[in-house]
Design a protein around this ligand. Structure first.
Ligand code: C5P
Length: 221
C-alpha cells in the first residue's frame, strides 16, 4: 500500500506520516528532505541558486542516501551526514527557490522518489510525504491525504519545534507566509487530486490524525 500525505509546512505532515508508517509497519519517505539536500548541496558548492542549469546538474550528480525507516531518519549527501544541516533556517529559507521553479531538479527528484516507492512495494509499501505526491509522484497511491491546518496552529507547531526561542512569533509568521507564497508555484502543489481526503488538523491531536489515516488505510486495503 502506498499512502500519499501532502500538505504545507507546519501542517504536521512529517510527524503524522512517520506515525502512520510506524503503526502500519510501512516504510516512510520524506520528499521535502530530498529537496532540502539538493538545496544544501547547491549552497555548499557555491552555485547560484538561480542558475537553473547548474542546480539541475548538481541534483543529477548528487549521491543521495535517505533512510526509509520512520523511526530513524538519516540523510547522507555525497558522503556527508546532512540530517541536521538540512533543517538549518538558511536551507528552509532557500529551498523553495530551487524546488518550486526548477523543473529539471523536480524531474530528477521525482524519478528518484518513484524508484524508492517501487522498491518499497514488495515489502508492504510506504507512506510518502510532500506537496505533489498524490498529483505527480504516486498518482496510483491507494490512499491520498491532504493535511491542512490554519496559520496559527501551524505557527504554534513550528514554535514548539524550535524550542530555543531564537525566533519571534512575527518572524515565524513571516517565514510561513513567505514559504507558502514561494511554494504556491510548485508544479501542481496541493492541487486537489481525484479521491484525495482533506484532513484539517487544526483542532486534532497528532494521535487523532494518525488514527483517522490508519482507519482510512484499513478501508482502502
Ligand atoms: O516538507 P518540507 O517543508 O521539509 O519541504 C521543504 C521544501 O521542499 C518545501 O518548502 C518545497 O519547496 C519543497 N518540496 C517540494 N515538493 C515536495 C516536497 C517538498 O517542492 N514533494
Amino acid at each position: 500500500m502506498i499512502i500519499a500525505v501532502d500538505g504545507p509546512s507546519g501542517s504536521g505532515k512529517s510527524s503524522t506520516a512517520r506515525g502512520v508508517a510506524t503503526r502500519l509497519g510501512l516504510q516512510y519517505l520524506d520528499t521535502g528532505a530530498m529537496y532540502r539536500a539538493v538545496a544544501w548541496s547547491v549552497l555548499e558548492s557555491g552555485i547560484d541558486a538561480d542558475d537553473a542549469e547548474a542546480a539541475a546538474t548538481r541534483a543529477r550528480e548528487l549521491r543521495l542516501e535517505i533512510s526509509t525507516d520512520p523511526r530513524h531518519q538519516v540523510v547522507v549527501a555525497d558522503g556527508t551526514d546532512v540530517t541536521e544541516a538540512i533543517r538549518d533556517p538558511r536551507i528552509s529559507a532557500g529551498v523553495s527557490r530551487i524546488a518550486a521553479t526548477n523543473l529539471a531538479v523536480r524531474a530528477e527528484l521525482i524519478r528518484r522518489q518513484q524508484a524508492l516507492i517501487a522498491a518499497a512495494k514488495p515489502s508492504g509499501g510506504m507512506v510518502v510525504e510532500g506537496r505533489d505526491i498524490a498529483t505527480v509522484v504516486a498518482t496510483d497511491a491507494e490512499l491520498k491525504v491532504v493535511l491542512i491546518a490554519d496559520q496559527d496552529a501551524r505557527m504554534a507547531r513550528r514554535k514548539a519545534e524550535l524550542s530555543d526561542g531564537a525566533v519571534t512569533s512575527e518572524q515565524l509568521r513571516d517565514q510561513i507566509v513567505r514559504r507558502d507564497a514561494d511554494d504556491s508555484t510548485v508544479a501542481q502543489f496541493l492541487v486537489a487530486s481525484d479521491g484525495a481526503v482533506t484532513i484539517d488538523s487544526t483542532y486534532l491531536s497528532l494521535e487523532e490524525v494518525i488514527d483517522v489515516i490508519c482507519r482510512l488505510a484499513k478501508e482502502a486495503e
